[in-house]
Design a protein around this ligand. Structure first.
Ligand code: ADP
Ligand code: MG
Length: 180
């Protein structure tokens, strides 16, 4: 399952994150990809708000993972941006935080995705213009076996995203800038 949106403000991207934070089931693994400034951290800020966290969320670029406790679920915010993080993720036992309790968010996930568990919610943000972003959300399901409870809950979360102020559905399979 896949949903695509066009966000025309940081607030709209944050509101989308808030929806995810309110509904994400325990054990959710969410990957975030997109260029610098695409809005990854903005989305995570919304997720934190949806979880009921008061913390200030910034990119944990110089540390491997920032945990935020005290919300509906713990938020584990990973940043795989730096070279060599792939190995560090495993060496430092990141597994423990992925897909068990809490909501794990991995920024710059494309380099480490082979090591991440399924199912996952894969979110890709792309610049369209200075105030507009395309946001693609896709459920990456486990290869075999019956759909798990987690998968079902993630599907429900995706299905439940409603367009709102500054956030409109952007149909079309190819995530390309709409002004090209
Ligand atoms: P990243 O973490 O991907 O590097 P940030 O979330 O830190 O990106 O920064 C996104 C920047 O883009 C912010 O300065 C934000 O105000 C701006 N912005 C403008 N329009 C949008 C939008 N529609 N969605 C998200 N961010 C936007
Ligand atoms: Mg960031």
């Amino acid at each position: 399952m896949r949903r695509s949106f066009r966000s025309t403000s940081p607030e709209a991207t944050e509101a989308l994150g808030e929806h995810i934070g309110r509904l994400a089931p325990c054990g959710t693994v969410l990957t975030l990809d997109g260029d610098l400034g695409a809005g990854k951290t903005t989305l995570v800020r919304g997720i934190a708000r949806g979880l009921g966290l008061g913390d200030d969320v910034s990119s944990p670029t110089y540390i491997l993972m920032q945990a935020h406790e005290g919300g509906r679920l713990p938020l584990y915010h990973f940043d795989a941006w730096m070279e060599g993080r792939e190995k560090a993720l495993l060496a430092e036992g990141a597994d423990e935080f992925l897909g068990h309790d809490g909501l794990a968010v991995v920024e710059w996930a494309d380099r480490v995705e082979d090591w991440l568990p399924l199912p996952r919610l894969a979110v890709v943000l792309a610049h369209v213009d200075p105030e507009t972003r395309r946001v693609d959300l896709r459920l990456v399901a486990a290869d075999r076996g019956e759909a798990s409870h987690l998968e079902g809950a993630l599907e429900g979360l995706l299905a439940g995203i409603q367009p709102s102020e500054g956030l409109e559905e952007a149909p079309g399979a190819v995530p390309a800038p709409e002004n090209s």
